[in-house]
Write a protein that binds this ligand. Structure first.
Ligand SMILES: [Zn+2]
Length: 105
């Protein structure tokens, strides 16, 4: 079990996205193999927004400065950048029990 840095709820590792800090950026560790300290987040725009609002990434990843979480934003769909469905390696396609994935309004 790991705690999501966004909603602070505990979840199975398989339900969470692992992110690590690399060169001042937060990157998605899709294979959960990158070295170093990781943070765990639901692949959910709400959780990412909460994590960013409370600056959870720099704290969880022990970063000294601000971190650019653009890649994570794109991964969870929290961006207006063109996103091709089906190409991201994450958990977008997996079923979340009892909870339909809502698209952006
Ligand atoms: Zn969460």
């Amino acid at each position: 079990m790991r705690t999501c840095v966004g909603c602070k709820r505990r979840a199975l590792i398989g339900e969470l996205l692992r992110v690590v800090a690399v060169a001042g950026r937060v990157v998605v560790d899709g294979r959960r193999r990158l070295p170093g300290r990781g943070a765990w987040l639901h692949p959910d725009p709400d959780c990412l927004a909460k994590a960013e609002r409370r600056r959870a990434f720099p704290r969880a990843l022990r970063a000294t400065g601000a971190l650019d979480a653009r890649e994570v934003r794109e991964h969870v769909g929290l961006t207006t950048t063109h996103h091709e469905p089906g190409t991201s390696p994450g958990s977008r396609g997996t079923k979340e029990a009892g909870r339909p994935v809502m698209s952006q309004p």
